[in-house]
Each structure stands twice: as structure tokens, then as C-alpha cells.
Design a protein around this ligand. Sequence first.
Ligand SMILES: [Zn+2]
Length: 444
Amino acid sequence: MAQPDQPDRQERYLQTATAFVEKALTEQKGYRWLGELCEIGPRLSGSENSLKAIHWAKAKMEALGFDRVILQPVMVPRWVRGKVEEARVIESARVKGRKLAVTALGGSIATPREGISAEVVEVKDFAELAALGEKARGKIVFFNRPFAQQLTNTFAGYGKTVDQRVYGAVEAAQAGGVAALVRSVTTRYDNVPHTGSVNYREGVTQIPAAAIGQIDADFLSAALKQDPHLKVRLKLSCQTLPDAQSYNVIGDLLGSEFPKEYIVLAGHFDSWDKGCGAHDDGAGCLQALEALDLFKRLDLRPRRTLRCVFYINEENGIRGALKYAREADSLGLKHLAAIESDRGAFAPRGFSVEGDSAVIARMNAWLPYLQKADIEWVRPGGSGVDVSQIKNAKALIGYVPDSQRYFDFHHSDNDVYEAVNPREMQMGAAAMAILAYLLSEEGL
Ligand SMILES: [Zn+2]
């Protein structure tokens, strides 16, 4: 039944949504903060840079006048790349001496100092590797399946391709291989290698694992057809150090009516040690930060508490998310909803929601307001690696921008400040602010 104040309320929501968008697009604060953050450099968990960035974020939240700013301590893994990472063809009639563009996968062990020198066997997938039987023994296993470009959603394409990066070292070791070389999981055809985590499995010999740029992957594949016995030498000096002290950064704007009901807006603050983690996920964090700051700039006090969380260690351990969720659980915190932005700072498309059908129907009714920030849909689907650890929230939500370019940049030297478009990033901040506003006003 229509309530008497409904037309007024709808008008107020439309005006507020428009104000969020206009302020975000004209003032571009989050985009400028991203510039400051990228000056610090990449933020691999446990690194000195990551701590600098954490203190920068805390100071920023305090300067913005948040009601509460918390550093939540958490121990994180500390993997370091080291100075040496190189691959070279060392035996071949035709291409001897040719260097290959490689980078160690995150978590990889080092090679011996003199490197690993071996013949190379190329496969497209684990089934092909298994079919080789003993032929992979003593070889560098080269996983050369290209990114699944046929899918319009690049995250689905990534999902179909990334197994060779994550599990390639285990599969190669089980086949008797001495190292894994993996075609970079990227949509962009260049020669920049893309890192990302590699998993080892207890009981399976750990072997070094590296990514190779797409152009050199094609080069190596062609060279192997001419000369199947060519040899490559791979040298990596990466290592895993003892766990390091780190922190999640949390900033709250207290709710005026329901301060104990939390709406989380989040990104992950760690990045790989390539580029500066601009899209992944500096931008997502700063969209969350700006969404809260937009309330302040518009002099709006939320009815429920808005909580900005910069999670640490999403890339190689999710220790930050586990710590936050565990602590929230033990304190009995009531989370109404949590929104994560970790799909790049591109133009808004929708919100993907883990919640029951009533919750999703309710959020769909908000589309007229969300459309002010070009949000086109709200539908069931995954939220985000970090927020999905939170228990008992009514809605876990992923902000979904256009996906076409994300994997051009992801986990590589391409992921720099210049790769972020200010208007697209700001639209995401506005979309998150509008949704947080509606959640805060209406509940679920
Ligand atoms: Zn990410």
C-alpha cells in the first residue's frame, strides 16, 4: 500500500542519487587519492610499501573526519620476488640466446642460483599433460592455453583459463616436470607477463613457476615446432619470508538511528608487486572511501553505520578478510549488507548479490535511483572474495563494472594510474554511494 510520504521520498531519493553522481563526477576526489596511493607504489602483503599505504589510508580517513578509524592487526604471508627473474633459450640451432619475458608467479619457490636448464614440453591443459606420460619427466612444462576470449564476460573467460596458473606447478611436478612456465592469463596481446598466485600441495614436490608474456609464448611455441629439443634456462630468486604484521583499515560513519547495523563498503588494499595495483584494487578501495566521503560532502548522516574496509592480503591468503569476519562474529556485529568493488574501475553495469529472492526483489525496486549512476541491473551472483567471508549479512554484494579491459591490466606492469579513467572510476563511487544510501535509509 502506498504510504502518504512516498512521492516525497521518491523525489528525495532521486535528488540524492543525482547529487552523488554530480559531486563524484565534478570533484573526482577518489581519482586524485588514487594518484597519491600510486605514488607509494605497489602494495604486496607484508611489504614496506603496503605498510606505508596502510598508514596513508588511516591518516586519510582521519583527515576526512570519520567517526571511528581502526587498524585491525593481522599477520600476513610475506613473499618477495627478489632481483633475478629471467628465462633464455640456451640450446637451439636457430634461436639460441633469445630472452623470454617472464615473471615469477606469486608464492613460487626460487630456482637454484644457476637456474634450471631443461627441454620444454608444451601442453594446452592437464589432460594433455597426463596423456604425455613419462615424456614430461625432467622437462619444463609450458602451459600455453590462450585466454578464453570467446566469452563476453572476461571474468568467465579468466575462470576458464586460470587453472593452469594456479595448479600448473602441482600438475607439472606430478608428471615429473622441473618447472612450470604459464602463458599469461590476459586479454591483451602484448609481451607483459602477468603474475598471480600459484598453489602448491602438500606431498607434491614444489617446483618453480613463472608466467610468460603472450608474444613470447607464441614465439616459444613456434620455436618448439622447429626444434623440439631446444633448452631453456629459468632463473628465479623469489622467496617466502616469515609472516609479517599487517592491518585491515576500517573507517566508520556512525548511523543516526541504527548505529549497530553495519553496511560495509570494501575493496582489498594489497596488490601484486607489479604496476601499482591501480585497478586491482586501489581504485575499488578508494571508491568505497569516496562513497562514505560523499555523504559528508552532501551533509548527509546515514541512518545505519557505513563502514569502509580496506582488506589486506586478498591476493595471496585472504587473511585480512578471515580476520575481519572472525572478529565481527566474536563481537556479534550485525551486518546488514556488504558491498565489494574488486573488478576494476570501469563504467558501471550492475550489482551482483548473494541474498534471498526477497532481498534481490527489493534492490531491484531501487533501479530508478541506481540508474542515475548508469547501473542497469541487480541480479543474483557472487559478491567478492573478502566480503563473502562475513556471516549472517542479509546481502553480500559485488559492484560489477564493464569487464572488457580488466584483464589487460590485471596483476601486471600495465596496472598503473594512467590506466584508470577518472569518470569511469567516479561513476563506480557514485553507484556504491547510492546503494549504501538506499540500504541505510530503507534497510533490507
Ligand atoms: Zn583484486
